[in-house]
Design a protein around this ligand. Structure first.
Ligand SMILES: [Zn+2]
Length: 158
């Protein structure tokens, strides 16, 4: 029963990921080039085109102010969250997603071998946990690098 619940949650996660993908526009290039804030995805005024040759992640004035206030108060929750966002938006996070994907494939093979030949069930739990981790990271990355599609009104015939 537990295995079925975990497997169903993986399917729900994957389904939500693709449902979300269809309703949002990707702005990851704008974020990586510093045109948009990596924390709130708003456009940064006075964006400089000189940074087009490399990744340049920038925060807007409002988010910088919020982070400074957070440091003054001493909670540092926003600072930590912004670090996670910056890492997931940057190209460095590809190592994490690639590692999870490789672990997913390896444990899928281990799972198949163990079920067919060894009659063990624990590799399938590990496989499902890696599956959930991978799709959760992918979904959060997607949420950080997309904005909602703007629905235009249908054209009126005059
Ligand atoms: Zn911002």
């Amino acid at each position: 029963m537990l295995s079925l619940t975990i497997s169903a949650s993986v399917f729900l996660l994957v389904g939500y990921y693709f449902w979300y993908l269809g309703r949002h526009n990707d702005v990851s290039f704008d974020i990586r080039m510093g045109e948009r804030c990596y924390s709130c995805k708003e456009k940064i005024p006075n964006w400089n085109l000189d940074f087009l040759d490399k990744e340049y992640l920038e925060m807007c004035t409002c988010c910088k102010r919020d982070e400074s206030l957070d440091k003054v108060i001493g909670i540092k929750k926003k600072t930590l969250l912004n670090k996670v966002k910056k890492y997931l938006v940057s190209n460095r996070s590809r190592k994490l997603t690639s590692g999870l994907l490789i672990a997913l494939v390896v444990f899928l093979i281990v799972d198949i071998i163990s079920v067919l030949f060894l009659k063990m069930s624990w590799p399938s739990y590990v496989n499902n946990l890696i599956n959930i981790s991978f799709w959760s990271v992918m979904l959060y990355k997607q949420r950080l690098t997309t904005i909602k599609k703007i629905k235009l009104p249908p054209p009126t015939i005059v």
